[in-house]
Design a binder for this molecule. Structure first.
Ligand code: URP
Ligand code: ZN
Ligand code: ZN
Length: 459
């Protein structure tokens, strides 16, 4: 059925104007004024609303065996939550551990998502070891359309790789034109600091941040950048949390290293006092890199607005209260992660755009367009143009609400942003022309989501 979106204010990374959008066969076929709707067309009145390109979350965990448990979402729950929050495409970290076979892991992650996602998706393929068959397997995965890798410099002996493996991964990535995303914390320093703190009887969640201080992240970021510099590969730092790591990444960029930067919604809005709350309340706010001192938040917002930070993702990673309590005797056993797939766009809009910290076009760019360009999805995704996929967010800036676990769609029993007011939310969301969300409710097809095959883009 054709779809007509009438009289919205279209906002992309570089344009803003009033127009109608006409959609046929999943694609935007016309943008103009005063379109007539044929009788069979579905019509959405977007007057008084923004129309944004579907938002892209470049960093989520859905299926994730990690820290003696599994993240709570299924692809169905996470994708419905994503859509209600305006995200129409997510990029999931496909994370087999060092003990697993990479190709088997890849097929496992694909099978978990296939037929179960309400929005479109792709993966970053984690390289958790580099042994004899790794190159052949990675080449096969890239041929299958997954053209970004993920490396962890942290999580020693689980996801973490050593420097030789990092060098070989980046060398292969460069040959294949693949971008490499990286969790940048020095694993050895984290392990040593954790042991020192535990030996001193410091076991609560408030010690998580001191076990991975800013300098450890800055070192990891500089380390990754140095390896990029010496291999010529293209890199992307995930969930950058603090000023010193930002300086390391920007210094590398200045000397010509091909590096982009992502920060995630918890680091823009939550600080380390959240993890210092007593007992399980603190544990709910344990993630890595940790929530930092508040002074970093202004630095991150300014850098995001200036385009020095490229993207704003979530690192969505839900563990419930019972799972967090696995760390009741030691902060090193608290499953790391804070959910956010449902809240990201509304929080960025409220605390960025509505508060005057984030330009409206930068908001679209950071939450959609830039990820589409970096990860080979543009212009099908990330913009509103004739020929693009009709992934559209009709957004109501006059909506007022409050975030709460009681009303969320993510499969978790707490919300890391409980009681945060929001000023704006999607009033309708489409995936390739099909209305999937109306006024905060999922109304669409649960299996609409498609795996997005991508071409290498970083030669
Ligand atoms: O704490 C986090 N970030 N959990 C998910 C795994 C990762 O490091 O991205
Ligand atoms: Zn990470
Ligand atoms: Zn992550």
């Amino acid at each position: 059925m054709p779809l007509l979106i009438r009289d919205g204010e279209i906002v992309t990374a570089d344009a803003r104007y009033h127009a109608d959008i006409y959609v046929e066969s999943e694609t935007i076929t016309r943008i103009g004024e005063n379109f007539e709707a044929p009788p069979e067309a579905e019509v959405i009145d977007a007057s008084g609303k923004y129309v944004f390109p579907g938002f892209i979350d470049p960093h989520v965990h859905i299926y994730l065996p990690f820290m003696a448990t599994f993240a709570k979402d299924t692809h169905e729950t996470a994708s419905i939550a994503a859509l209600i929050g305006g995200t129409t495409t997510y990029i999931e970290m496909c994370c087999p551990s060092r003990l697993d076979d990479a190709l088997e892991g890849y097929h496992l992650w694909r099978s978990k998502a296939e037929g179960n996602s309400a929005c479109d998706y792709t993966f970053h393929m984690a390289v958790s070891k580099y042994i004899g068959e790794t190159e052949k397997q990675l080449r096969e995965i890239v041929r299958d359309g997954v053209t970004s890798f993920k490396v962890f410099l942290a999580y020693k002996n689980f996801f973490g790789i050593d420097d030789g493996e990092l060098y070989r991964t980046l060398t292969l990535a460069r040959k294949l034109g693949v971008i490499v995303t990286a969790h940048c914390e020095n694993a050895e320093l984290v392990a040593q600091l954790q042991q020192d703190l535990l030996s001193a009887g410091k076991t609560g969640p408030e010690w998580h941040e001191p076990s991975r201080p800013e300098s450890v992240e800055a070192e990891g970021t500089h380390h990754f950048a140095t390896f990029l510099e010496n291999t010529g590969a293209t890199g992307y730092v995930v969930h950058l949390s603090c000023e010193s790591a930002l300086k390391a990444a920007l210094a590398a960029k200045e000397r010509g290293v091909k590096i982009s930067i992502e920060s995630v919604i918890p680091h823009f809005l939550l600080d380390k006092t959240h993890a210092e709350r007593p007992g399980v309340e603190g544990m709910k706010h344990v993630m890595s890199p940790p929530l930092r001192e508040k002074r970093n938040q202004g630095v991150l917002w300014n850098a995001l607005n200036a385009g020095l930070i490229d993207t704003a993702g979530t690192d969505h990673c839900p563990f419930d209260t019972e799972q967090k309590l696995l760390g009741r005797d030691s902060f090193t056993q608290i499953p790391n992660g804070i959910p956010g797939i449902e809240e990201r766009v509304n929080l960025l809009f409220t605390y960025g755009v509505q508060r005057g910290k984030l330009d409206l076009h930068r908001f679209v760019e950071a939450a959609s367009t830039r990820a589409a360009k970096l990860f080979g999805l543009f212009p099908a995704k990330g913009t509103i143009a004739v020929g693009s996929d009709a992934d559209l967010v009709i957004y109501d800036p006059s909506y007022r609400g409050v975030l709460s676990a009681a009303t969320q769609h993510v499969n978790n029993d707490y919300n890391g942003f409980e009681c945060f007011p929001i000023e704006g939310r999607p009033s309708a969301v489409t995936v390739r022309g099909k209305v999937q969300v109306r006024d905060g409710a999922f109304v669409g097809e649960r299996a609409r989501g498609r795996f997005l095959r991508r071409e290498p883009a970083h030669f």
